[in-house]
Design a protein around this ligand. Structure first.
Ligand code: GDP
Ligand code: MG
Length: 597
């Protein structure tokens, strides 16, 4: 194909600003699918993604478009995830194309993820076409948003395209803008094959499917390729494109995006960012590559019913086949039995994995409190990563701990600014910047990630009635006075409730946790002390009084069905309980005890 007739682009936007709707519309207008095939939201094809309205895996679509100049163009759209947990996937998808459509909801304006995503696009030198979406809404203010884009982002928005992805208004103008304003790719069809490994996933029938961007040369069926970093060689089975249907092609040339299969067994064998070349006629130099995707949040996943452990092991292994960014290893907990310590890219990633395990594999889970990865410097000078507060050795062996910090950008309407500043200060934040864009404030804070992983986002949403937007990036590790706090139930430390806290906050936190647990743990036939302790020192204490009456006593001994029902209910409730020593702790306690409200 003639390179001048190819355009590669992605769509960047804040969540809910209409990225998926526009992508669907572009597919529809260019005839990628017939009416009947045109399901709602084709690009967000995982059930969970659809429910939550988010995109997790990058997808690509090849569109064929006859422009007003009479020429036929190939437009390759690569979809990017919209959530901060997947910033890394956004980055590598953007690196595979030359331009971006910046979609901004004209009734909402620029939000935190608009900024985060557009900065990433600018960083990889994209040509950017601003698109003002939802102009069909009465609340749309395209002129105001145009100004905002110029002021806040510093992009010329004078020829922003006004559209309604919902009604289709203006969508043809978007196609013309892609052809006329975005650059064509460059590349040498006669050079040795050089392709970027953009993404990969596991397909039940084909094995691992690899998404590639061809830089130079050609990729053909049956060709023997080599992954330059991994060193492995494979014979290509299938080469093709998505329209969005999977269609095999004879070859892919420079500037093109497509997929191949090659009987690769595991997603883990395909390092994103690796350079693919021809085995016999290899390229001399590999592409720059990417930083690997590191899990930043860890938590324990345990089956509610310990008999489900093997099922959980299988389920986790299956999920991991398709999601190499998620890590796990076996863990045993005195409180919770056998389970897995799992690492995630962020909280949303954690939630998605947990929900998929429960929903697709039908396993009831206990999730322990999420914890960040600490750097533990020991007195012998060694540094070790600490993924689980329960694993912390005796403090005499530890010189100091370092924790990850983030730079957070929050956009919020004026009237809620006070509440947001207070929240950030309460979470040990350090203010870096405070500016205004119209009636909205943009605040930048440095914060310990530990103070954010738990319920920061929920608190932010409730303080601002949902009007704030939030984005962050990790900026590095810093030392501080961090200590491990243990919770003792009936004099026994419960490993799954151990947390690492800043010393200045330990007491308040310990008191709050004890109070919560007092409400969460049901009365038993004996008194139960609940204590928070730093080392051997108790810093907070509550007591659950003993229960006196038999629960069925209030049924007056008369109504047998009611009595039976009550006992059944109790039994069902029991299943969600964990026996710990002589005390039964409900599964929800492990998470709820940590909420700070
Ligand atoms: P994404 O998170 O950026 O992918 O956003 P979606 O495409 O899922 O859209 C979010 C919501 O906005 C959905 O309910 C869409 O139906 C709605 N939406 C998208 N585009 C428009 C538009 O042009 N006008 C109106 N009124 N609603 C839209
Ligand atoms: Mg979407």
């Amino acid at each position: 194909t003639d390179l001048s007739r190819i355009r590669n682009f992605s769509i960047v936007a804040h969540i809910d600003h209409g990225k998926s709707t526009l992508a669907d519309r572009l597919i529809q207008v260019t005839g990628g699918l017939t009416e009947r095939e045109m399901q709602e939201q084709v690009l967000d094809n995982m059930e969970l993604e659809r429910e939550r309205g988010i995109t997790i895996k990058a997808q690509t679509v090849r569109l064929t478009y006859t422009a007003n100049d009479g020429n036929e163009y190939i437009l390759n759209l690569i979809d990017t995830p919209g959530h901060v947990d997947f910033a890394y996937e956004v980055n590598r998808s953007l690196a595979a194309v030359e331009g971006s459509l910046l979609v901004v909801d004209a009734s909402q304006g620029v939000e935190a993820q608009t900024l985060a995503n557009v900065y990433q696009a600018i960083e990889v030198d994209h040509e950017i076409v601003p698109v003002l979406n939802k102009v069909d809404l009465p609340a749309a203010e395209p002129d105001r948003v145009r100004e905002q884009i110029e002021e806040v982002i510093g992009l010329d928005a004078s020829d922003a395209v006004e559209i309604s992805a919902k009604t289709g208004l203006g969508v043809p103008d978007v196609l013309e803008a892609i052809v006329n304003r975005l650059p064509a790719p460059k590349g040498d069809p006669d050079a040795p094959l050089k392709a970027m490994l953009v993404d990969s996933w596991y397909d039940l029938y084909l094995g691992v499917v690899v998404l590639v961007r061809i830089i130079d040369g050609k990729m053909k069926k049956n060709q023997k390729i080599r992954m330059m970093k991994a060193g492995a060689t494979y014979q290509l089975d299938q080469v093709g494109v998505f329209t969005p249907k999977k269609v095999e092609v004879d070859e892919l040339g420079p500037g093109e995006l497509g997929y191949f299969t090659a009987s690769i067994k595991e997603v883990a064998d395909t390092a994103v960012g690796d350079t693919i070349t021809d085995d016999k006629k290899p390229a001399t130099e590999a592409l720059a590559g990417f930083k690997p995707n590191q899990p930043v949040v860890f938590c324990g996943l345990f089956p509610v019913d310990s008999a489900d452990f093997e099922d959980l092991r299988d389920a986790i292994a299956k999920l991991r086949l398709n999601d190499a960014s998620f890590e796990y290893e076996m863990e045993t907990s005195a409180a919770l039995g056998f389970g897995f310590r799992c690492g995630f890219l962020g909280l949303l990633h954690l939630e998605i994995v947990r929900e998929r395990l429960e929903r697709e594999f039908n396993i009831d889970l206990i999730t322990t409190a999420p914890s960040v990865v600490y750097h533990m410097y020991k007195t012998d000078g060694e540094m070790e990563e600490l993924h689980n507060p329960a694993d912390m050795p005796d403090p005499v062996h530890i010189d100091h701990l370092e924790e990850p910090w983030i730079k957070a950008t929050i956009l919020v309407p004026d009237e809620y600014l006070g509440g947001v500043l207070k929240l950030c200060e309460d979470r040990r934040g350090i203010q870096q910047d405070l500016t205004y864009a119209g009636s909205r404030a943009m605040v930048v804070y440095e914060l310990p990630l530990n103070e954010v992983v738990f319920d920061f986002y929920d608190r932010l949403k409730s303080i601002t009635k949902g009007y704030a937007s939030f984005d962050y990036q990790i900026i590095g590790y810093r030392a501080d006075e961090l200590v491990r706090m243990q919770i003792l139930v009936n004099e026994e430390p419960v490993d799954a409730l151990a947390v690492i806290v800043h010393r200045s906050k330990a007491e308040a936190r310990g008191r709050a946790m004890c109070e919560k647990l007092k409400d969460l743990i049901p009365r038993h036939l004996f008194k139960i002390p609940i204590q928070a302790a730093l080392g051997g020192r108790v810093i907070a204490r509550e007591t659950i009084g003993a229960m006196r009456k038999d629960v069925t006593a209030k049924c007056y001994g008369g109504d047998a069905t009611r009595k039976r029902k009550l006992l059944e209910k109790q039994k069902a409730g029991k299943k969600k309980m964990r026996q710990f020593g002589r005390v039964e702790i409900p599964q929800e306690a492990f998470i709820k005890a940590l909420k700070m409200d």
